[in-house]
Design a protein around this ligand. Structure first.
Ligand code: ZN
Length: 312
């Protein structure tokens, strides 16, 4: 049997046929026609998956399930809300089931899906209690217990990015102040470096950004950190300290076997992982006991397709 995983993003939709070992055998993609509305996207997904099967001489009967990775929130009733797709409580699962009545259909939030993939085939394999932080434009998260994503009694849990870990100088998109996302996302890193430069601190980051503060990205800040640039060192140390606070709180609450860091920011894994356990230890209660390994994700962008394929 094979599995189909579909990763729906704000600009593109990627589908893959995945085997039992989590290997993507065939893949196909199309653009996300956000402005054409929900029905058009459902039709496009139907066409994409049907063509992916027929082009590779596969019959729908050979597919065990179709899973979806969506950039939004799925409530207990299965209704999907994705702000950047313009979806508000749409009945996504039912719409897809109507197109593929022969197979089981599943959908989960993108951060949860990435965690499922890492737990099954990547950095968190064979661990009973695993937590993943996805550090990108925002901060997402997934908690996996015995290979199953855990989202709580009402389906609103595992929103690790909105753990409140201190006061911050700007508010989170969710309306709160002090969310992890406002300290540890790529956006947070960029904003803090910009703030220090605007306050008059000299930095090579500005040279990297062609003297336009708006051009600064997170990679520049990490690159400048390697050059011992003051602004970069301040920014990255602050980022790491708050990440350690969040992980320490997570360990105090859940005591996972492993914590994995994914998302674009994790490309600077050497800088992030260096001394992170010593930083985290400052915030945990039982300092002399063993606690979670902290690693970086290994599946990269494929985690969306692979994790979606193995939703159940
Ligand atoms: Zn928030």
């Amino acid at each position: 049997m094979y599995f189909v995983g579909v990763d729906i993003g704000g600009t593109g939709i990627q589908a893959g046929i995945v085997n039992n070992n989590g290997e993507i055998l065939f893949r196909k993609e199309c653009i996300t026609r956000v402005n054409e509305g929900f029905e058009t996207i459902i039709d496009d997904i139907n066409k994409l998956v049907s063509e992916l099967l027929s082009e590779n001489n596969l019959d729908i009967k050979e597919i065990k399930s179709i899973g979806f990775c969506v950039p939004g929130f799925i409530n207990k009733k299965g209704l999907v809300t994705c702000v950047n797709l313009g979806w508000k409580e749409v009945n996504f699962i039912e719409a897809i089931k109507n197109k593929f009545p022969e197979v089981s259909v599943y959908a989960e939030n993108d951060a949860t899906v990435a965690a499922v993939a890492e737990a099954k085939f990547g950095s968190m394999k064979n661990k009973d209690v695993a937590v993943m932080y996805t550090l990108g434009t925002g901060v997402g998260g997934g908690i996996i217990i015995n290979e199953r994503p855990f989202t709580g009694a009402h389906g609103v849990g595992s929103e690790i990015g909105h753990t409140i870990i201190g006061e911050n100088y700007y508010n989170c998109n969710c309306g709160s102040n002090g969310c992890l996302e406002t300290f540890c996302s790529a956006t947070a890193i960029i904003k803090y470096a910009q703030k220090l430069i605007e306050e008059g601190n000299k930095s090579i980051i500005l040279d990297m950004a062609d003297n336009n503060i708006e051009n600064i990205n997170a990679k520049m800040v990490f690159d400048a950190f390697r050059e011992n640039d003051f602004v970069a060192v301040e920014t990255i140390n602050r980022f790491k300290n708050y990440l350690a606070k969040a992980m320490g709180s997570m360990i105090n609450t859940l005591d996972p076997d492993i914590i994995s860091i994914g998302g674009g920011v994790s490309r600077a894994s050497d800088i992030i992982l260096n001394d992170i356990k010593d930083l985290v230890r400052k915030y945990i209660v039982y300092k002399n006991e063993e606690f979670a390994d902290i690693v970086c994700a290994t599946l990269g962008a494929d985690a969306g397709i692979i994790g979606a394929a193995f939703l159940q």
